[in-house]
Design a protein around this ligand. Structure first.
Ligand code: ADP
Ligand code: LRH
Length: 484
Protein backbone atom coordinates (compact mmCIF):
# COMPACT_ATOMS: atom_id res chain seq x y z
CA UNK A 1 0.00 0.00 0.00
CA UNK A 2 1.34 3.49 -0.75
CA UNK A 3 -1.58 5.56 0.42
CA UNK A 4 -3.43 5.56 3.72
CA UNK A 5 -6.83 7.10 4.51
CA UNK A 6 -7.71 7.53 8.15
CA UNK A 7 -10.27 9.42 10.22
CA UNK A 8 -9.03 11.71 13.00
CA UNK A 9 -11.49 12.62 15.73
CA UNK A 10 -10.11 15.74 17.44
CA UNK A 11 -12.07 17.05 20.41
CA UNK A 12 -10.97 20.52 21.49
CA UNK A 13 -12.44 22.32 24.48
CA UNK A 14 -14.40 24.65 22.20
CA UNK A 15 -15.14 22.45 19.18
CA UNK A 16 -14.89 18.89 18.00
CA UNK A 17 -14.09 17.84 14.46
CA UNK A 18 -13.73 14.73 12.38
CA UNK A 19 -11.16 14.92 9.61
CA UNK A 20 -10.21 12.53 6.86
CA UNK A 21 -6.45 12.40 6.47
CA UNK A 22 -4.81 11.07 3.36
CA UNK A 23 -1.13 10.18 3.60
CA UNK A 24 1.10 9.10 0.75
CA UNK A 25 4.53 9.79 -0.66
CA UNK A 26 4.83 13.61 -0.44
CA UNK A 27 1.14 13.77 0.46
CA UNK A 28 -0.58 14.83 3.67
CA UNK A 29 -4.06 16.08 3.04
CA UNK A 30 -6.70 16.85 5.61
CA UNK A 31 -10.39 17.24 4.80
CA UNK A 32 -12.84 18.37 7.46
CA UNK A 33 -16.01 16.30 7.19
CA UNK A 34 -17.74 17.29 10.43
CA UNK A 35 -17.41 20.03 13.05
CA UNK A 36 -19.54 20.46 16.14
CA UNK A 37 -19.81 22.60 19.23
CA UNK A 38 -18.21 21.56 22.48
CA UNK A 39 -18.24 23.32 25.81
CA UNK A 40 -19.36 23.31 29.41
CA UNK A 41 -22.95 22.54 30.41
CA UNK A 42 -24.07 23.70 33.88
CA UNK A 43 -26.66 21.51 35.55
CA UNK A 44 -27.70 21.46 39.21
CA UNK A 45 -24.69 23.53 40.20
CA UNK A 46 -22.11 21.31 38.44
CA UNK A 47 -20.28 21.97 35.19
CA UNK A 48 -20.24 18.93 32.90
CA UNK A 49 -19.13 17.91 29.43
CA UNK A 50 -21.98 16.63 27.26
CA UNK A 51 -20.32 13.28 26.62
CA UNK A 52 -23.24 11.66 24.79
CA UNK A 53 -23.39 14.65 22.43
CA UNK A 54 -19.66 14.14 21.79
CA UNK A 55 -20.18 10.42 21.17
CA UNK A 56 -23.11 11.03 18.82
CA UNK A 57 -21.23 13.70 16.86
CA UNK A 58 -18.15 11.46 16.70
CA UNK A 59 -20.27 8.73 15.12
CA UNK A 60 -21.95 11.22 12.77
CA UNK A 61 -18.50 12.43 11.70
CA UNK A 62 -17.21 8.90 11.17
CA UNK A 63 -20.27 8.12 9.04
CA UNK A 64 -19.47 11.14 6.86
CA UNK A 65 -15.81 10.14 6.75
CA UNK A 66 -16.66 6.61 5.60
CA UNK A 67 -18.95 8.06 2.92
CA UNK A 68 -15.87 9.67 1.29
CA UNK A 69 -14.17 6.26 0.85
CA UNK A 70 -12.85 3.28 2.82
CA UNK A 71 -11.00 4.09 6.05
CA UNK A 72 -7.81 2.30 7.12
CA UNK A 73 -8.00 3.53 10.71
CA UNK A 74 -9.68 5.75 13.29
CA UNK A 75 -7.85 7.77 15.97
CA UNK A 76 -9.21 9.93 18.78
CA UNK A 77 -7.57 12.79 20.66
CA UNK A 78 -9.06 15.29 23.11
CA UNK A 79 -8.28 17.77 25.83
CA UNK A 80 -6.55 16.29 28.88
CA UNK A 81 -7.20 15.66 32.59
CA UNK A 82 -10.91 14.75 32.43
CA UNK A 83 -12.29 11.23 32.70
CA UNK A 84 -15.31 8.98 32.96
CA UNK A 85 -15.75 6.26 35.57
CA UNK A 86 -17.13 2.83 34.73
CA UNK A 87 -18.90 0.51 37.15
CA UNK A 88 -18.30 -3.25 37.38
CA UNK A 89 -20.60 -3.84 34.40
CA UNK A 90 -18.69 -1.37 32.26
CA UNK A 91 -21.42 1.28 32.40
CA UNK A 92 -20.60 4.97 32.71
CA UNK A 93 -21.14 6.27 36.26
CA UNK A 94 -22.59 9.70 35.55
CA UNK A 95 -21.58 12.40 33.13
CA UNK A 96 -17.90 13.45 33.15
CA UNK A 97 -17.36 16.66 35.10
CA UNK A 98 -15.67 19.62 33.37
CA UNK A 99 -12.23 20.61 34.64
CA UNK A 100 -13.49 24.18 35.10
CA UNK A 101 -16.05 22.98 37.68
CA UNK A 102 -15.63 24.39 41.16
CA UNK A 103 -15.49 21.03 42.91
CA UNK A 104 -11.69 21.20 43.05
CA UNK A 105 -11.58 24.52 44.91
CA UNK A 106 -9.31 24.04 47.93
CA UNK A 107 -8.77 20.34 47.16
CA UNK A 108 -5.10 20.67 46.21
CA UNK A 109 -4.28 21.88 49.74
CA UNK A 110 -6.02 18.80 51.19
CA UNK A 111 -4.14 16.39 48.94
CA UNK A 112 -0.85 18.10 49.71
CA UNK A 113 -1.30 17.06 53.33
CA UNK A 114 -1.08 13.42 52.22
CA UNK A 115 1.77 13.88 49.76
CA UNK A 116 4.09 16.86 49.58
CA UNK A 117 4.36 19.05 46.49
CA UNK A 118 8.04 18.07 46.27
CA UNK A 119 7.22 14.35 46.21
CA UNK A 120 4.49 14.90 43.65
CA UNK A 121 6.83 16.81 41.36
CA UNK A 122 9.69 14.33 41.79
CA UNK A 123 7.43 11.51 40.57
CA UNK A 124 5.11 13.15 38.05
CA UNK A 125 6.94 16.33 36.98
CA UNK A 126 3.57 18.00 36.51
CA UNK A 127 2.56 21.62 36.74
CA UNK A 128 0.26 22.27 39.71
CA UNK A 129 -3.14 23.05 38.23
CA UNK A 130 -6.18 22.84 40.49
CA UNK A 131 -7.99 20.61 37.99
CA UNK A 132 -5.33 17.93 37.51
CA UNK A 133 -7.00 14.51 37.57
CA UNK A 134 -5.49 13.69 40.97
CA UNK A 135 -7.37 16.65 42.52
CA UNK A 136 -10.57 15.88 40.64
CA UNK A 137 -10.43 12.33 41.99
CA UNK A 138 -9.99 13.66 45.52
CA UNK A 139 -13.25 15.57 45.01
CA UNK A 140 -14.98 12.65 43.28
CA UNK A 141 -18.25 11.44 44.85
CA UNK A 142 -18.48 8.20 42.88
CA UNK A 143 -15.09 6.65 43.54
CA UNK A 144 -16.36 3.81 45.75
CA UNK A 145 -18.72 2.60 42.99
CA UNK A 146 -16.07 2.82 40.28
CA UNK A 147 -14.17 -0.07 38.75
CA UNK A 148 -12.31 1.69 35.92
CA UNK A 149 -11.17 5.20 35.11
CA UNK A 150 -10.98 6.14 31.44
CA UNK A 151 -9.66 9.44 30.11
CA UNK A 152 -12.03 11.03 27.55
CA UNK A 153 -10.43 9.60 24.34
CA UNK A 154 -10.05 6.21 26.03
CA UNK A 155 -13.74 6.34 27.00
CA UNK A 156 -14.81 7.04 23.42
CA UNK A 157 -12.38 4.37 22.21
CA UNK A 158 -14.01 1.94 24.64
CA UNK A 159 -17.46 2.77 23.32
CA UNK A 160 -16.23 2.15 19.77
CA UNK A 161 -14.35 -1.09 20.48
CA UNK A 162 -15.37 -2.47 23.89
CA UNK A 163 -11.68 -2.47 24.87
CA UNK A 164 -10.29 -0.55 27.84
CA UNK A 165 -6.82 0.95 28.19
CA UNK A 166 -5.00 4.14 29.11
CA UNK A 167 -3.07 5.91 26.37
CA UNK A 168 0.28 7.14 27.68
CA UNK A 169 0.33 10.85 26.71
CA UNK A 170 -3.03 11.54 28.30
CA UNK A 171 -2.24 9.36 31.36
CA UNK A 172 0.80 11.61 31.85
CA UNK A 173 -1.52 14.58 32.55
CA UNK A 174 -3.26 12.97 35.53
CA UNK A 175 -0.51 13.59 38.11
CA UNK A 176 -0.70 9.87 38.94
CA UNK A 177 1.85 8.87 36.31
CA UNK A 178 5.56 8.38 36.95
CA UNK A 179 7.28 10.47 34.29
CA UNK A 180 10.62 8.63 34.53
CA UNK A 181 9.27 5.10 34.82
CA UNK A 182 6.62 5.94 32.20
CA UNK A 183 4.01 3.99 34.14
CA UNK A 184 1.23 4.63 36.67
CA UNK A 185 2.70 5.39 40.07
CA UNK A 186 1.09 2.76 42.30
CA UNK A 187 2.73 4.28 45.37
CA UNK A 188 1.30 7.71 44.66
CA UNK A 189 -2.17 6.33 43.89
CA UNK A 190 -2.12 4.51 47.23
CA UNK A 191 -0.98 7.59 49.16
CA UNK A 192 -3.82 9.72 47.81
CA UNK A 193 -6.46 7.00 48.13
CA UNK A 194 -7.01 6.20 44.45
CA UNK A 195 -7.44 2.42 44.06
CA UNK A 196 -4.67 1.23 41.74
CA UNK A 197 -7.15 -1.18 40.13
CA UNK A 198 -8.99 1.83 38.71
CA UNK A 199 -6.12 2.61 36.35
CA UNK A 200 -6.05 0.46 33.19
CA UNK A 201 -2.89 -0.78 31.54
CA UNK A 202 -0.97 1.77 29.51
CA UNK A 203 -0.95 1.71 25.73
CA UNK A 204 1.38 3.65 23.48
CA UNK A 205 0.52 5.93 20.55
CA UNK A 206 0.52 3.76 17.43
CA UNK A 207 -0.85 0.68 19.20
CA UNK A 208 -3.96 -0.82 17.63
CA UNK A 209 -6.79 -0.75 20.18
CA UNK A 210 -9.03 -3.11 18.25
CA UNK A 211 -11.75 -3.37 15.60
CA UNK A 212 -15.11 -1.65 15.91
CA UNK A 213 -17.94 -3.28 17.83
CA UNK A 214 -20.36 -4.79 15.33
CA UNK A 215 -23.31 -2.71 16.58
CA UNK A 216 -21.32 0.53 16.38
CA UNK A 217 -20.09 -0.25 12.87
CA UNK A 218 -23.63 -1.08 11.88
CA UNK A 219 -25.11 2.10 13.29
CA UNK A 220 -22.47 4.36 11.71
CA UNK A 221 -22.23 2.54 8.38
CA UNK A 222 -18.58 1.63 8.96
CA UNK A 223 -16.61 -1.48 8.08
CA UNK A 224 -16.40 -3.42 11.40
CA UNK A 225 -12.82 -4.42 10.61
CA UNK A 226 -11.65 -0.77 10.71
CA UNK A 227 -9.03 -0.61 13.47
CA UNK A 228 -9.24 2.04 16.15
CA UNK A 229 -5.63 3.11 16.71
CA UNK A 230 -4.21 4.84 19.79
CA UNK A 231 -2.65 8.16 18.81
CA UNK A 232 -1.12 10.86 21.01
CA UNK A 233 -4.58 11.01 22.55
CA UNK A 234 -3.82 14.19 24.49
CA UNK A 235 -4.59 16.83 21.83
CA UNK A 236 -1.47 18.81 22.74
CA UNK A 237 0.71 15.72 22.25
CA UNK A 238 -0.78 15.26 18.79
CA UNK A 239 -0.38 18.93 17.93
CA UNK A 240 3.31 18.90 18.91
CA UNK A 241 3.85 15.97 16.50
CA UNK A 242 2.77 18.29 13.68
CA UNK A 243 5.05 21.21 14.58
CA UNK A 244 6.81 21.83 11.25
CA UNK A 245 10.24 22.25 12.85
CA UNK A 246 13.53 21.56 11.06
CA UNK A 247 15.59 20.76 14.16
CA UNK A 248 15.27 20.99 17.94
CA UNK A 249 15.97 24.72 18.23
CA UNK A 250 12.29 25.62 18.40
CA UNK A 251 9.71 26.59 20.98
CA UNK A 252 6.03 26.00 20.36
CA UNK A 253 2.77 27.60 21.30
CA UNK A 254 -0.15 25.24 20.81
CA UNK A 255 -2.74 27.98 20.58
CA UNK A 256 -6.43 27.24 21.07
CA UNK A 257 -8.68 27.49 24.08
CA UNK A 258 -5.43 27.14 26.07
CA UNK A 259 -1.99 28.25 25.00
CA UNK A 260 0.52 25.51 25.73
CA UNK A 261 3.91 27.16 25.67
CA UNK A 262 7.21 25.32 25.81
CA UNK A 263 9.87 23.02 24.41
CA UNK A 264 10.22 19.43 23.31
CA UNK A 265 12.83 17.48 25.30
CA UNK A 266 14.17 13.93 25.44
CA UNK A 267 14.17 13.75 29.23
CA UNK A 268 12.09 15.40 31.95
CA UNK A 269 13.51 18.35 33.88
CA UNK A 270 12.57 17.84 37.52
CA UNK A 271 14.72 20.48 39.18
CA UNK A 272 13.59 22.64 42.08
CA UNK A 273 13.71 25.63 39.72
CA UNK A 274 11.38 23.95 37.19
CA UNK A 275 9.00 23.06 40.02
CA UNK A 276 9.15 26.59 41.38
CA UNK A 277 8.37 27.99 37.92
CA UNK A 278 5.48 25.49 37.73
CA UNK A 279 6.59 23.86 34.46
CA UNK A 280 5.08 20.58 33.41
CA UNK A 281 6.75 17.49 31.93
CA UNK A 282 3.95 15.85 29.96
CA UNK A 283 4.56 12.74 27.88
CA UNK A 284 4.86 13.17 24.12
CA UNK A 285 4.74 10.82 21.17
CA UNK A 286 7.85 8.64 20.72
CA UNK A 287 8.83 9.11 24.36
CA UNK A 288 9.43 12.85 24.06
CA UNK A 289 8.72 15.21 26.94
CA UNK A 290 6.55 18.27 26.50
CA UNK A 291 8.18 20.74 28.85
CA UNK A 292 5.65 23.55 28.98
CA UNK A 293 3.31 25.75 30.93
CA UNK A 294 -0.41 26.21 30.45
CA UNK A 295 -1.15 29.85 29.65
CA UNK A 296 -4.86 30.67 29.97
CA UNK A 297 -5.08 31.27 26.23
CA UNK A 298 -7.83 32.45 23.91
CA UNK A 299 -10.40 31.18 26.39
CA UNK A 300 -10.52 34.67 27.89
CA UNK A 301 -11.43 36.20 24.52
CA UNK A 302 -13.86 33.37 23.70
CA UNK A 303 -15.71 34.09 26.92
CA UNK A 304 -15.88 37.84 26.21
CA UNK A 305 -17.23 37.14 22.70
CA UNK A 306 -19.85 34.85 24.20
CA UNK A 307 -20.89 37.53 26.66
CA UNK A 308 -21.18 40.13 23.87
CA UNK A 309 -23.20 37.69 21.74
CA UNK A 310 -20.42 38.17 19.17
CA UNK A 311 -19.15 34.62 18.73
CA UNK A 312 -19.37 35.05 14.95
CA UNK A 313 -17.64 38.40 14.96
CA UNK A 314 -14.07 37.43 15.83
CA UNK A 315 -12.50 38.99 12.69
CA UNK A 316 -14.27 42.29 13.40
CA UNK A 317 -13.25 42.32 17.05
CA UNK A 318 -9.65 41.55 16.06
CA UNK A 319 -9.69 44.47 13.58
CA UNK A 320 -10.96 46.72 16.41
CA UNK A 321 -8.14 45.39 18.63
CA UNK A 322 -5.56 46.18 15.95
CA UNK A 323 -6.79 49.79 15.90
CA UNK A 324 -6.86 50.15 19.72
CA UNK A 325 -3.99 51.87 21.60
CA UNK A 326 -1.06 49.66 22.60
CA UNK A 327 -0.15 48.71 26.19
CA UNK A 328 -3.17 50.56 27.60
CA UNK A 329 -4.35 47.76 29.92
CA UNK A 330 -2.37 44.61 30.78
CA UNK A 331 -3.31 41.61 32.89
CA UNK A 332 -1.69 38.38 33.97
CA UNK A 333 -3.77 35.93 31.90
CA UNK A 334 -3.00 33.16 34.40
CA UNK A 335 -4.74 34.94 37.22
CA UNK A 336 -6.98 32.24 38.76
CA UNK A 337 -9.99 34.55 38.51
CA UNK A 338 -10.04 33.95 34.71
CA UNK A 339 -10.40 30.15 34.94
CA UNK A 340 -14.16 29.76 35.44
CA UNK A 341 -16.76 30.47 32.75
CA UNK A 342 -19.05 33.51 32.84
CA UNK A 343 -18.76 37.23 33.64
CA UNK A 344 -15.33 37.49 32.02
CA UNK A 345 -15.68 41.20 31.20
CA UNK A 346 -16.54 41.98 34.80
CA UNK A 347 -13.65 39.87 36.05
CA UNK A 348 -11.23 41.75 33.81
CA UNK A 349 -12.67 45.03 35.12
CA UNK A 350 -12.17 43.79 38.68
CA UNK A 351 -8.57 42.81 37.90
CA UNK A 352 -8.02 46.34 36.57
CA UNK A 353 -9.52 47.88 39.71
CA UNK A 354 -7.21 45.71 41.87
CA UNK A 355 -4.14 46.76 39.90
CA UNK A 356 -4.94 50.47 39.57
CA UNK A 357 -5.71 50.38 35.84
CA UNK A 358 -8.66 51.84 34.00
CA UNK A 359 -10.88 49.10 32.65
CA UNK A 360 -10.93 48.75 28.83
CA UNK A 361 -13.69 51.00 27.49
CA UNK A 362 -14.53 49.12 24.27
CA UNK A 363 -14.54 45.65 22.74
CA UNK A 364 -11.42 46.48 20.73
CA UNK A 365 -9.59 47.79 23.80
CA UNK A 366 -10.50 44.69 25.77
CA UNK A 367 -9.43 42.31 22.99
CA UNK A 368 -6.17 44.25 22.63
CA UNK A 369 -5.62 43.89 26.39
CA UNK A 370 -6.15 40.11 26.16
CA UNK A 371 -3.84 39.65 23.15
CA UNK A 372 -1.01 41.84 24.49
CA UNK A 373 -1.28 40.14 27.86
CA UNK A 374 -1.06 36.72 26.20
CA UNK A 375 2.01 37.81 24.20
CA UNK A 376 3.60 38.99 27.43
CA UNK A 377 2.87 35.68 29.16
CA UNK A 378 4.34 33.81 26.15
CA UNK A 379 7.53 35.88 26.34
CA UNK A 380 7.91 35.23 30.05
CA UNK A 381 7.20 31.51 29.71
CA UNK A 382 9.52 31.01 26.73
CA UNK A 383 12.38 32.81 28.42
CA UNK A 384 11.88 30.77 31.57
CA UNK A 385 11.75 27.51 29.59
CA UNK A 386 15.10 28.32 28.02
CA UNK A 387 16.67 29.29 31.34
CA UNK A 388 15.42 26.10 32.96
CA UNK A 389 16.71 23.78 30.23
CA UNK A 390 19.67 25.60 28.67
CA UNK A 391 17.98 25.05 25.28
CA UNK A 392 18.39 27.88 22.79
CA UNK A 393 15.69 28.49 20.25
CA UNK A 394 15.67 30.28 16.90
CA UNK A 395 11.95 30.28 16.19
CA UNK A 396 8.55 30.16 17.88
CA UNK A 397 6.21 27.74 16.10
CA UNK A 398 2.56 28.67 16.64
CA UNK A 399 0.09 25.89 15.84
CA UNK A 400 -3.67 25.42 16.32
CA UNK A 401 -6.66 27.72 15.75
CA UNK A 402 -4.88 30.72 17.29
CA UNK A 403 -2.19 30.57 14.57
CA UNK A 404 -4.75 32.35 12.34
CA UNK A 405 -4.76 35.36 14.65
CA UNK A 406 -2.39 37.70 12.78
CA UNK A 407 -2.34 40.36 15.48
CA UNK A 408 -1.52 37.83 18.19
CA UNK A 409 1.22 36.22 16.07
CA UNK A 410 2.81 39.62 15.41
CA UNK A 411 2.59 40.62 19.07
CA UNK A 412 4.15 37.25 19.98
CA UNK A 413 7.09 37.85 17.62
CA UNK A 414 7.50 41.39 19.00
CA UNK A 415 7.27 40.37 22.66
CA UNK A 416 9.56 37.33 22.34
CA UNK A 417 12.03 39.05 20.01
CA UNK A 418 11.98 35.94 17.83
CA UNK A 419 10.49 35.07 14.46
CA UNK A 420 7.14 33.32 14.63
CA UNK A 421 6.15 30.63 12.14
CA UNK A 422 2.38 30.20 12.19
CA UNK A 423 0.58 27.00 11.16
CA UNK A 424 -0.71 24.44 10.67
CA UNK A 425 -4.14 25.36 12.08
CA UNK A 426 -5.31 21.76 12.51
CA UNK A 427 -2.11 20.51 14.09
CA UNK A 428 -3.79 18.07 16.50
CA UNK A 429 -5.70 16.34 13.72
CA UNK A 430 -2.52 16.18 11.61
CA UNK A 431 -0.52 14.62 14.45
CA UNK A 432 -3.37 12.15 14.97
CA UNK A 433 -3.34 11.22 11.24
CA UNK A 434 0.46 10.91 11.06
CA UNK A 435 0.70 8.52 14.01
CA UNK A 436 -2.07 6.36 12.58
CA UNK A 437 -0.47 6.33 9.13
CA UNK A 438 2.83 5.18 10.61
CA UNK A 439 1.09 2.43 12.58
CA UNK A 440 -0.46 1.25 9.32
CA UNK A 441 2.93 1.07 7.60
CA UNK A 442 3.57 4.52 6.12
CA UNK A 443 7.31 5.19 5.87
CA UNK A 444 7.40 7.89 8.56
CA UNK A 445 9.98 6.38 10.92
CA UNK A 446 10.26 9.30 13.33
CA UNK A 447 9.09 12.79 14.24
CA UNK A 448 11.68 14.28 11.91
CA UNK A 449 10.10 12.52 8.93
CA UNK A 450 6.58 13.46 10.04
CA UNK A 451 7.55 17.10 10.46
CA UNK A 452 9.28 17.17 7.08
CA UNK A 453 6.03 15.96 5.52
CA UNK A 454 4.04 18.69 7.32
CA UNK A 455 6.53 21.31 6.10
CA UNK A 456 6.38 20.04 2.54
CA UNK A 457 2.59 20.09 2.41
CA UNK A 458 1.53 23.13 4.47
CA UNK A 459 1.97 26.86 3.94
CA UNK A 460 3.26 28.65 7.00
CA UNK A 461 3.16 32.34 7.71
CA UNK A 462 6.26 34.10 9.04
CA UNK A 463 6.23 37.09 11.39
CA UNK A 464 9.44 38.96 12.21
CA UNK A 465 9.82 40.98 15.42
CA UNK A 466 8.95 44.66 15.11
CA UNK A 467 8.60 47.57 17.52
CA UNK A 468 10.73 48.50 20.50
CA UNK A 469 11.88 45.70 22.84
CA UNK A 470 12.04 48.29 25.67
CA UNK A 471 8.25 48.66 25.47
CA UNK A 472 7.84 44.96 26.27
CA UNK A 473 10.38 45.18 29.10
CA UNK A 474 8.31 47.99 30.59
CA UNK A 475 5.07 46.06 30.04
CA UNK A 476 6.54 43.02 31.75
CA UNK A 477 7.61 44.94 34.83
CA UNK A 478 4.15 46.52 34.98
CA UNK A 479 2.43 43.13 35.15
CA UNK A 480 4.99 40.86 36.77
CA UNK A 481 7.11 43.38 38.66
CA UNK A 482 10.45 42.78 36.92
CA UNK A 483 11.84 41.56 33.63
CA UNK A 484 12.57 37.86 33.04
P1 ADP B 1 -9.53 24.04 20.76
O1 ADP B 1 -8.87 22.87 20.09
O2 ADP B 1 -9.02 24.31 22.13
O3 ADP B 1 -11.04 23.96 20.73
P2 ADP B 1 -8.72 25.55 18.40
O4 ADP B 1 -7.35 25.06 18.08
O5 ADP B 1 -9.84 25.14 17.55
O6 ADP B 1 -9.09 25.33 19.95
O7 ADP B 1 -8.64 27.13 18.40
C1 ADP B 1 -9.74 27.92 18.73
C2 ADP B 1 -9.33 29.38 18.68
O8 ADP B 1 -8.86 29.70 17.37
C3 ADP B 1 -10.50 30.32 18.91
O9 ADP B 1 -10.59 30.64 20.29
C4 ADP B 1 -10.15 31.55 18.10
O10 ADP B 1 -9.60 32.55 18.93
C5 ADP B 1 -9.10 31.07 17.12
N1 ADP B 1 -9.57 31.21 15.74
C6 ADP B 1 -10.42 30.40 15.09
N2 ADP B 1 -10.66 30.86 13.84
C7 ADP B 1 -9.94 32.00 13.71
C8 ADP B 1 -9.75 32.97 12.66
N3 ADP B 1 -10.36 32.84 11.48
N4 ADP B 1 -8.94 34.01 12.89
C9 ADP B 1 -8.30 34.15 14.08
N5 ADP B 1 -8.44 33.28 15.10
C10 ADP B 1 -9.23 32.22 14.92
C1 LRH C 1 -5.66 21.71 25.55
C2 LRH C 1 -5.53 20.88 26.80
C3 LRH C 1 -4.29 21.23 27.61
C4 LRH C 1 -4.72 20.80 28.98
C5 LRH C 1 -6.14 21.33 29.00
C6 LRH C 1 -7.03 20.73 30.03
O1 LRH C 1 -6.80 21.36 24.82
O2 LRH C 1 -5.50 19.50 26.49
O3 LRH C 1 -3.10 20.62 27.15
O4 LRH C 1 -3.93 21.23 30.02
O5 LRH C 1 -6.62 21.11 27.68
Amino acid sequence: MTRWRVAAVDLGASSGRVMVGQVGPDELELTEVHRFWNGPVRLGGTLYWDILHLYRETLAGLTKAAATGPLDGIGIDSWAVDYGLLDAEGNLLGNPVHYRDERTTGVMERVLQKVSADDLYAVTGLQQLPFNTIYQLAAEQRLDQAETLLMIPDLLGYWLTGIIGAEATNASTTQLYDVRERAWSSALAERVGVPRSLLPSIRQPGQVIGPLLAEVADEAGLDPATPVIAVGSHDTASSVVAVPAVDDRFAYISSGTWSLVGLELDQPVLTAEAQQANFTNEGGVDGRIRFLRNVMGLWILQECLREWGAEDELPRVLAEAAAAPAYAVLVDPDDPSFLAPGNMVRRIDEYCARTGQEAPASRGALARCVLESLALAYRRTLRLSQQLTGREVDVVQVIGGGSQNELLCQLTADACGLPVLAGPVEASALGNVLVQARALGAPLPDLTAMRALVRATHELRRYVPQGKPADWDAAESRVFGGSS
